[in-house]
Design a protein around this ligand. Structure first.
Ligand code: SF4
Length: 85
C-alpha cells in the first residue's frame, strides 16, 4: 500500500522536474545515469518486482522505472542522489 507521505514525495519530485522542464532546463537524466541508478535499484532489498506490475521501491512507493529518469529524484535510502547537469 502506498502511503500519503510516499505520494507526496513522488509529487514533489514530479513538481521539481516539471519546473526544470518549463525553465527549458534538462529534466530527464542521461542514459548512463539512468542505467547506473537502475543497476543499484535492481540489487536493492527494497526493490519489488511482481509479474505484470511496475517495478516498485518499497522504501518510497515510487515506480522505479519512472523515478530513475528524473534528474531531481533521489533514493530515500541514500544509494543514489539528485543529478546536476
Ligand atoms: S530508490 Fe533506493 S531504496 Fe528504492 S529501490 Fe532504488 S536503491 Fe532501493
Amino acid at each position: 500500500m502506498i502511503t500519503r507521505e510516499q505520494t507526496i514525495n513522488f509529487l514533489q519530485t514530479l513538481k521539481l522536474t516539471i519546473r526544470k522542464w518549463l525553465r527549458g532546463e534538462q529534466a530527464i537524466a542521461e542514459y548512463e545515469d539512468i542505467k547506473f541508478r537502475r543497476d543499484i535499484c535492481r540489487s536493492c532489498e527494497f526493490f519489488q518486482q511482481k509479474r505484470g506490475l511496475p517495478h516498485r521501491c518499497l522504501a518510497c512507493g515510487c515506480n522505479v522505472e519512472l523515478k530513475i529518469m528524473f534528474i531531481t529524484a533521489d533514493c530515500p535510502e541514500g544509494k543514489w542522489g539528485r543529478l546536476d547537469y
